[in-house]
Design a protein around this ligand. Structure first.
Ligand SMILES: *[C@@H]1O[C@H](CO)[C@@H](O)[C@H](O)[C@H]1NC(C)=O
Ligand SMILES: *[C@@H]1O[C@H](CO)[C@@H](O)[C@H](O)[C@H]1NC(C)=O
Length: 420
């Protein structure tokens, strides 16, 4: 009798725990949208209407993002208007629009745990929304990765700002980030060090890979008008179910693995990854991954591809790729004319994926191997709250400590997959 009531009690306990998990999962709603085609249509509409206003002597360039703020001769006084100019999945990123301006006056990064006021690190860790601008031209060589807090804009318009020759930018488990008009290059690994992430918290970080911008479980992120080149790992990597991202108007050069979107075929949460890649120039010295996608939905629109050595757009694990109005100029190598690459997947499997091309311009023998499928896109609906937790590279992260063993195994796989 006593035994059976213990069993019953234990059983109830498990049921209640499961219920709590369920509730938590339901409330941990992703920023992904149910119908990505609607967002695609919004982008098409804004491109069409910008084009209709092409002006001979006006600022109208046909680029809806630029035309939105550059037509204002007083843009410098109305900087925050930029936040309303985004298109695509990252269009709702407001950055620091609702906050004060913060002027960076000091390029140094002497102490990543106690950053001096006036430095970029001191600005990005703050809890309040901030629109961060720069007093003058500067080269910022970070000592450790720059861990951003939510609701920040880094706005380099009007000055020449480089983040270079050290670790670069990390957008981890935060939201509403705009990075605009800066040069990010020669990013290097660092870590095994203490780094501050908010005014009230710092922690031990393991090594970072040396990405230009590393987006890790981030949402509502917009990277616009930056130049990115020559980093130790990716120029921009977005992983761990990061979503609501737009990468636009950037100039990418001199790099092997340019954009990695999704880190592991087995990580089903990446089905919620939705990324717009628009108006970028993929230029000199690039090799592959522009982007390389997993799961998710990727709208690649109006980009100019002038250099690739291996391929332009690749993927595995059934990503949806919607390529529209791009210019693809193939390299001379006759074995590298194909824009697309299905990475390590048999034809029997990838023939069910949806990779389509419309209105693209193909030059010098470039071709896009398309297979159109309807209705293959589905959001991740599984119940695995906090499962992205233990991949945090901060040892003291509470999510990490509280997560269970199998997740650590997934984590190791994830990290290996990134290295591979
Ligand atoms: C998340 O919630 C918002 C509104 O609260 C909704 O519009 C959106 O579709 C939800 N996303 C998912 C993936 O359930
Ligand atoms: C945009 O313009 C193109 C070309 O005129 C047209 O085919 C397409 O339907 C338009 N899209 C939208 C959403 O208005």
């Amino acid at each position: 009798m006593a035994n059976s009531s213990i069993v019953l009690g234990y059983f109830l306990f498990v049921v209640i725990l499961a219920g709590l998990e369920f509730v938590r999962a339901q409330s941990s709603n992703s920023s992904a949208v149910e119908d990505p085609e609607m967002v695609v249509e919004m982008v098409e509409r804004s491109i069409n209407s910008s084009r209709r206003q092409l002006g001979y002597f006006s600022c109208g360039t046909g680029n809806p993002i630029d035309d939105c703020w550059r037509c204002d001769p007083d843009w410098e006084r109305n900087r925050k208007r930029l936040a309303d100019c985004g298109i695509g999945f990252g269009r709702n990123a407001i950055g620091g629009r609702n906050g004060r301006f913060y002027v960076v006056t000091d390029p140094r990064d002497d102490d990543p745990v106690n950053p001096r006021p006036g430095t970029l690190r001191h600005a990005v860790i703050q809890t309040e929304p901030l629109w961060i601008i720069f007093q003058r031209d500067m080269v910022i060589m970070l000592k450790e990765e720059l861990i951003m807090n939510s609701y920040k804009t880094i706005d380099g318009r009007g000055v020449n700002v480089h983040i270079a020759n050290g670790p670069c930018i990390t957008v981890q488990y935060v939201t509403n980030i705009i990075i605009h008009g800066i040069h990010i290059h020669d990013c290097r690994p660092a870590g095994n060090a203490m780094v501050r992430s908010t005014p009230s918290h710092y922690g031990w970080r393991t090594m970072c890979d040396g990405d230009g911008v590393s987006i890790f479980g981030g949402s509502h992120v917009w990277v616009d008008h930056c130049s990115l080149s020559n980093c130790a790992d990716g120029l921009i990597d977005a992983i761990m179910a990061s979503t609501a991202i737009t990468i636009s108007n950037n100039h990418f050069t001199h790099h092997d693995k340019v954009l990695l979107l999704g880190h592991n075929d087995d990580y089903a949460q990446d089905k919620n990854m939705q990324v717009t890649i628009a108006y970028n120039h993929f230029g000199e010295g690039l090799v592959q991954r522009m982007p390389r996608c997993r799961h998710g939905y990727f709208h690649v629109v109006n980009n100019d591809y002038t250099h690739w050595e291996m391929y332009a757009i690749g993927g595995s694990a059934n990503p949806t790729i919607n390529s529209e109005g791009n210019r693809y100029l193939a390299p001379v190598d006759r074995f590298a004319k194909e824009v697309t690459k299905r990475v390590e997947t048999s034809h029997g499997r990838w023939k069910h994926w949806n990779w389509r091309s419309q209105g693209d311009l193909f030059l010098n023998g470039a071709f896009f191997h398309q297979v159109r499928r309807r209705g293959v896109f589905q959001l991740y609906k599984g119940l695995e709250p906090g499962s992205q937790a233990c991949v945090s590279r901060e040892i003291s992260d509470w999510k990490c400590r509280s997560s269970r063993l199998p997740k650590r195994v997934t984590l190791l796989k994830a990290i290996k997959a990134r290295i591979a």
